[in-house]
Design a binder for this molecule. Structure first.
Ligand code: PA5
Length: 315
């Protein structure tokens, strides 16, 4: 898993070179809706921060009712067999133009417009293939405006620094990680949490600034648990957010370990990719430190199997 995750910069470049053409009139699109779960949904969360039109991410069995012919519907499922995503897709496909991003599975069979991505990875380790083709599609449609080339350049040129930071995080962490982010880093904090959950098999929590300053902040008045706070920071975050983070650091460090990480990159998307990759690596180093295998997700697979047996026996 570590070898695969380390190849994220190369995979991103390969994914960006993937070509596709669909018979969709993008000039008519007024809204984007992406259906997906877990490792397949997070790419949409990240890209939603760069959208010029309303952008909804659906993690459920049904899309919201405002879906219409001006909605671009994107179903993302690495396996192509995730039941929530398939359910959304079957409810949406007759109503709006659609694209599926998948290795195949049932989704690959059902969809007319498919971006077929390489198989053989854990979904969360295939993030380059789940994210960059979607970003390319949305950029071409003028829905988002992100510098994908620059993001790859940052991933390539900052490799050592990201490795070093990830190792430092895994070595220094004690107790449960709480991850904090502002703007697009809210979604990156969520990705960190998911990666600690799935790879390191541990609990973790993510929080969004400024919202967490209106609730979670007060928990520190009573908190006695062992925790590590990870702040995903940007030098460009702005004065108000800087003041909030600085305040939080001074308060939180009275009760917990605080690790602040600043991303490299001249634009917000590049910095998001930087922070994401550090988190991905840190979760694998944490798995090593905890003596657990990062790759298998036995409980997730067991639940998926239980659900499929249940639908077989009730049909
Ligand atoms: O990372 C994982 O393994 C999970 O979070 C999966 O992505 C999630 O269960 C959805 O499966 P899929 O990506 O195949 O649709």
């Amino acid at each position: 898993m570590l070898d695969v995750v380390r190849k994220f910069p190369e995979q991103a470049r390969e994914a960006l070179e993937m070509d596709f053409e669909f018979d969709i009139d993008f000039s008519r699109i007024r809204r984007v809706m992406v259906a997906g779960m877990g490792g397949s949904a997070i790419s949409a969360d990240i890209l939603s921060h760069f959208s010029k039109i309303p952008f909804h991410v659906v993690r459920d069995y049904a899309p919201p009712p405002f879906l219409d012919e001006k909605t671009l519907f994107i179903a993302v499922s690495y396996s192509g067999n995730t039941e929530e995503t398939l359910s959304c897709f079957s409810l949406a496909k007759e109503k709006c133009p659609h694209v599926a991003i998948t290795t195949g599975g049932k989704l690959g069979e059902m969809a007319e417009n498919v971006i077929k991505i390489p198989s053989g990875f854990q979904p969360r380790a295939a993030i380059a293939y789940l994210l960059f083709p979607m970003a390319k599609l949305l950029s071409r449609a003028s829905i988002i405006d992100v510098d994908l080339e620059n993001a790859i350049y940052i991933l390539e040129s900052e490799r050592e620094k990201m490795e070093e930071t990830a190792r430092m995080v895994a070595n220094e962490m004690t107790g449960i990680p709480l991850i904090y982010g502002y703007g697009v880093m809210q979604s990156i904090a969520r990705r960190w949490r998911q990666q600690f959950n799935e790879n390191a098999k541990m609990h973790a929590f993510d929080f969004m600034l400024p919202e967490c300053n209106h609730n979670e902040l007060e928990a520190w008045e009573g908190s006695r648990e062992k925790m590590t706070c990870i702040f995903l920071r940007e030098r460009e975050e702005g004065e108000r957010i800087k003041t909030r983070f600085d305040f939080m650091r001074e308060e939180y460090k009275k009760r917990a370990k605080v690790i602040e990480i600043y991303a490299a990159g001249k634009d917000s998307f590049s910095r998001a990719m930087y922070h994401m990759h550090v988190g991905d690596l840190a979760s694998i180093y944490m798995a090593e430190r905890r003596g657990v295998e990062a790759e298998p997700v036995n409980l997730i697979m067991k639940l998926k199997e239980t659900l499929s047996q249940h639908s077989r026996s009730s049909s």
